[in-house]
Design a protein around this ligand. Structure first.
Ligand code: 9MR
Ligand code: 9MR
Length: 582
């Protein structure tokens, strides 16, 4: 129980207590959309009440569902479904014998603030620049990691750039709670953000994120992605077109601010995964920034040239793995930061081919790979990018040449049945979310599993026009914002009980109580305790292994590849809510 004195909204009702046993989207609900809360633990059942946030008036009475044991913990749960309540306002849910929920809102555009904050989260991750108070508020900080003196690591040495050559690789976003910049992880991150723009351009046109570029003619989302795109361009070896796997310190810095982090920085070995992800991003960026040629002259052409060169390198080097252990045995200094060491590049080839083809309409890119090598439909993650290619082919459906047209019905069919499969059984589970079908959903960065499932569902909606996919996607937004077995909203700064202590160096070291806002915690991770040995986990049940502690990097770090699908999902739903009566 949390006493109400922590909330200004309820200060008049001193007798009231918020109950952590009531799990719901702590931000709120759209007036016409489904509205569900889950009550965990023993209680009498019976009626529940929706009250105005000052607790003075009951506006709706419903009946709790029968008890259902949680899928992993067997804890009793009941559902309070108030979907047919459509009035706008600020409310709390009262469950007799249990208490009150955190206050939440019912209104149009209820997620717009968190949708913007999730993009602004990337601004807070910017390397090589000061974050002035004007934009960053109390999270302002001096510049760190100018990255103008980056060394070529022996693993990346060539005749033209021997070991120790100094190159510049400024800008970019810090990957996560650490200060390194990794091409593979930037790949899926950029692909997801640029796809959000391509799928819902109107949503971003008017958004003002209060970033330094907010006053130009370009959507702020694309100003933000440009910060990372410019860094990515520096990661290509101009001689041969191959792309360095990462720009990194040899080992992780301590929990210090960017400006205090002064270890040397290196670019390391070029690899097939990084090079193909780069090719895909640059091809897509070329398409997107072509619309802003007067603001950024030459950019779209530079991106396309870079993409083609990377593609050619990968054709000649189709299987160069980034194997950090072997690399560290052979070269000094040893490198021990994030590996992102994929071993299998079929999906990277599919994604890069799809983007290059969609941008150039040249059949040769499409036919260079087998687009449907097997029936697998892996949910996107840093190591699985096949569906990013399929999403792009589906997006440009009508404009494809015959060579791709012939596969399109099959690709669409697979995307829809993938979504059907995700949805299957969600309504019968205790939390009624798509997230949590199996224990395998609760991996390192599981919040991105929920968000990427949501994106797959949005894509199925785009292909079918069936609203059930959007309702299903909303269950995962509800999951991320509090309707889950931990009771946390995993978005910093959003929700009465949200992540406060992420494994995020600036949030730990800046002396500000509140964490940097708009960042998505990796969230529940069934294996976290043995992965990070942080001793503060309270549960071993798969859906409950989360600790809001900065030592818990396996359940409570933040990362750009997790924020990106949050940006897509929540902005997509905001965009669609205005068009479709959700
Ligand atoms: O801070 C690091 C985090 O960004 C990584 O995701 C994580 C896994 O690679 O590692 C963290 O660094 C830890 C290191 O691996 C082991 N010693 C403690 C470090 C965190 O303080
Ligand atoms: O997201 C990555 C996860 O899939 C891996 O299991 C984990 C351990 O290798 O690393 C995660 O990525 C981290 C990266 O290595 C370094 N920066 C922080 C990332 C998020 O924890």
């Amino acid at each position: 129980m949390v006493s109400c004195s922590q909330s200004s909204q309820l200060s008049s009702t001193t007798a009231t207590e918020f109950s952590d046993a009531i799990r719901l989207n702590q931000i709120g609900f759209y007036p016409n959309a489904p509205k569900v809360a889950v009550v965990v633990g023993e209680n009498e059942g019976g009626e529940f009440y929706l009250k105005t946030a000052d607790n003075s008036k009951t506006v709706y009475t419903g009946t709790l569902s029968e008890v259902k044991p949680g899928e992993f913990s067997q804890r009793p749960t009941r559902v309070a479904d108030f979907s047919d309540f459509t009035q706008t306002g600020q409310f709390v849910l009262e469950i007799p014998g249990v208490g009150h929920s955190y206050p939440f809102e019912v209104k149009q555009d209820v997620h717009e603030e968190v949708a913007k904050a999730a993009i602004k989260g990337f601004y807070f991750q910017r390397a090589s620049t000061e974050l002035p108070e004007q934009y960053a508020g109390k999270w302002s900080r001096p510049a760190g990691h100018l990255d103008n003196n980056v060394l070529v690591h022996p693993s990346a040495a060539t005749a033209q750039r021997p070991a120790g050559t100094v190159i510049a690789g400024p800008r970019g976003w810090y990957d996560a709670g650490d200060y390194n910049k990794y091409i593979v992880n930037s790949g899926i991150t950029m692909g997801t953000l640029l796809s959000a723009y391509e799928d819902f351009p109107e949503q971003f046109k008017e958004q003002n994120l209060n970033i330094p570029e907010s006053n130009n003619q370009v959507p702020d989302l694309l100003d933000e992605t440009l910060w990372n795109l410019r860094w990515m361009l520096t990661m290509q070896d101009p001689t041969d077109g191959g792309v360095y796997h990462k720009l990194t310190n040899p080992s992780f810095e301590g929990m210090i601010m960017p400006a205090d982090a002064k270890k040397p920085r290196y670019v390391v070995q070029k690899g097939t995964g990084a090079t193909l992800d780069f090719a895909a991003v640059m091809a897509q960026a070329s398409r997107v920034y072509r619309n802003y040629s007067s603001e950024f002259p030459g950019l779209a052409d530079s991106c396309l040239t870079a993409s083609k060169k990377a593609w050619e390198w990968a054709q000649k080097n189709p299987n160069v793995e980034y194997d950090q252990n072997t690399l560290s045995q052979q070269h000094k200094p040893e490198v021990s930061t994030g590996a992102y060491g994929d071993k299998e590049f079929k999906d990277e080839f599919i994604w890069a081919a799809a983007e290059l083809y969609a941008t150039t309409k040249q059949d040769s890119y499409y036919t260079a790979v087998n687009m449907l090598p097997d029936n697998d439909m892996p949910l996107p993650s840093w190591a699985q990018v096949r569906l990013l290619g399929y999403y792009t082919l589906a997006r440009f459906g009508g404009n494809l040449t015959p060579v791709a047209q012939k596969d399109l019905p099959e690709i669409k069919k697979r995307l829809v049945s993938f979504a059907d499969n995700l949805m299957d059984g969600a309504n019968q589970r205790s939390y009624r979310t798509v997230m949590g079908k199996t224990e395998k959903d609760y991996i390192w960065g599981s919040s991105s599993v929920a968000a990427n499932q949501g994106i797959a569902l949005v894509n199925a909606y785009k292909l079918t026009g069936d609203k059930k996919y959007l309702h299903a996607a909303l269950t995962n937004i509800d999951y991320l914002l509090g309707r889950n077995a931990t009771g946390y909203s995993f978005v910093t700064g959003y929700g009465e009980k949200s992540t406060m202590h992420p494994h995020h160096r600036p949030s730990v070291a800046d002396g500000v109580d509140e964490p940097v806002p708009g960042l998505l915690s990796g969230g529940t991770n069934a294996s976290a305790a043995r992965q990070d040995n942080c001793g503060t986990y309270q549960s071993t049940f798969a859906d409950e292994v989360y600790s809001d502690d900065d030592c818990s990097y396996a359940s409570n770090e933040i990362a750009i590849n997790w924020n990106a699908p949050l940006v897509y999902l929540i902005n997509a739903i905001e965009a669609l809510e205005d068009k479709v009566a959700l």
